[in-house]
Design a protein around this ligand. Structure first.
Ligand SMILES: *Cc1c(COP(=O)(O)O)cnc(C)c1O
Length: 397
């Protein structure tokens, strides 16, 4: 096997799920397995975790099909946007549709009638992402239509938060008594009390989004109809800090993988990373001053120093832009990455230390966090994990 690989600790993932479940019970847990299980390798994660998950969430229909072909029997919600032409796959593979428009709902109902299969459907309400979904102010028509869809199983209704990871804002904003005319009152209240930065975000605070969702649910009461049995809103940020958002199910993604969605968020649930990115020294030598290291000769030694080469590069997801910023761990000690990260290799300065070909190297884990990596790359922890490419084998322990 390739010496550069990801080691994924499955029992840590299970522990994370158990800790989340303990906090949110009796709400169900949808485990988000999109994007190759946030880079962890869905082929290993899914069969192991599916028996413990109430629901599985994926972004695109192809991810759902992949899971079904692996034999996963747990309900699967395709959370992202769907084209009408993709609907037959939902029927064939028993995937749950996020009905994000009236047209999509109508097309699904029509297909359900003609195929005589009851497709599980969750209504997608847009309370503040402006991404996909029916806005709360136009939701009544969707709900009325869904109540008339006798061939679909309208199992759920959900929305998604735009700013759930922002702690300070949520603390400042959550009104003791929800304002009656929430939007206007809210913005007035905000304008009086908070900074310009917070005001920008106030248009889509979690508290406001939750109020809008609640407004949509009240349409059912008004119509004298029961709401769908599974109402859900909470991603990781909301699962950590907004218990009012749990309803019947939560949808933790990044947190299931042991990474918190923000640095300053209160860690009300204990989770730990499950992923270690490992490699081995493939070359070791003393470099002399005046000999630039790697493309562009961006770095050179001031005195003779040992430079080792690691067989991993930006084609593996080791971002090129972390050149001269990253660190790795070799034999329990951190060392700086030096010279341009190449497509398939990068170099590390180990100074006077006796580091040999074949020594173990940790690129992520062992004290190097996804947060560190995100800072070097100028991105977030999500992109760090999902960017680790398919060329890196996943080893499940
Ligand atoms: C990705 C995703 C989640 C999970 O988000 P995290 O921030 O990783 O917890 C939840 N819901 C939807 C709709 C998503 O697309």
């Amino acid at each position: 096997m390739r010496p550069t690989y990801l080691e994924v600790n499955l029992s840590q993932l299970k522990q994370n799920l158990e800790n989340i479940r303990a906090k949110v019970a009796p709400a169900k847990v949808l485990v988000v397995l999109k994007a190759n299980a946030y880079g962890h390798g869905v082929d290993g994660v899914a069969p192991f975790i599916a028996p413990f998950a109430d629901y599985i969430g994926v972004a695109i229909v192809e991810e759902g099909i992949h899971l079904r072909k692996m034999g996963i029997a747990t309900p699967i919600l395709v959370m992202g946007g769907t084209l009408p032409g993709q609907l037959p796959d939902f029927f064939e593979y028993d995937l749950t549709l996020a009905a994000s428009s009236l047209d999509l709902l109508a097309a699904a109902e029509q297909l359900a009638e003609s195929t005589r299969k009851r497709l599980k459907t969750h209504l997608k309400i847009d309370t503040g992402m402006e991404r996909i979904g029916v806005r709360e102010y136009e939701a009544q028509a969707l709900i009325e239509k869904s109540l008339a869809c006798s061939h679909l199983e309208i199992e759920g209704i959900f929305t998604h938060f735009a700013n759930s990871e922002i702690m300070s804002l949520r603390g400042a904003i959550a009104p003791k008594q929800p304002p009656v005319n929430l939007e206007i009152a809210h913005l007035h209240w905000r304008a009086a009390q908070v900074s310009a930065e917070e005001r920008r975000l106030a248009t889509t605070s979690s508290a406001l989004q939750l109020e809008r969702f609640q407004e949509v649910l009240s349409i059912y009461e008004k119509l004298g109809a029961p709401h769908p049995p599974i109402r859900h809103t909470a991603n990781s940020g909301a699962t950590l800090s907004l218990p009012q958002s749990y309803y019947d199910m939560v949808r933790p993604g990044v947190m299931f993988y042991g990474v918190y969605p923000a640095r300053d968020i209160k860690r009300t649930i204990d989770v730990n990373p499950a992923l270690t990115w490992k490699s081995k020294v493939v070359y070791s030598k003393i470099t002399q001053p005046g000999r630039g290291v790697s493309y562009g000769s961006l770095w050179q030694a001031e005195a003779p120093t040992r430079i080792v080469t690691i067989p991993c590069g930006y084609a593996d997801g080791y971002f090129r832009r972390i050149t001269n910023q990253a660190q790795v761990v070799i034999n329990g000690k951190k060392y700086p990455q030096v010279g341009r990260v190449c497509m398939d290799q990068f170099m590390v300065n180990v100074g006077d230390d006796d580091v040999k070909v074949g020594d173990d190297v940790t690129l992520l884990g062992d004290g190097i966090t996804a947060e560190d990596f995100a800072d070097w790359a100028g991105t977030n922890e999500y992109e760090v994990m999902t960017n680790i490419s398919a060329r890196v084998p996943r080893v499940f322990v």
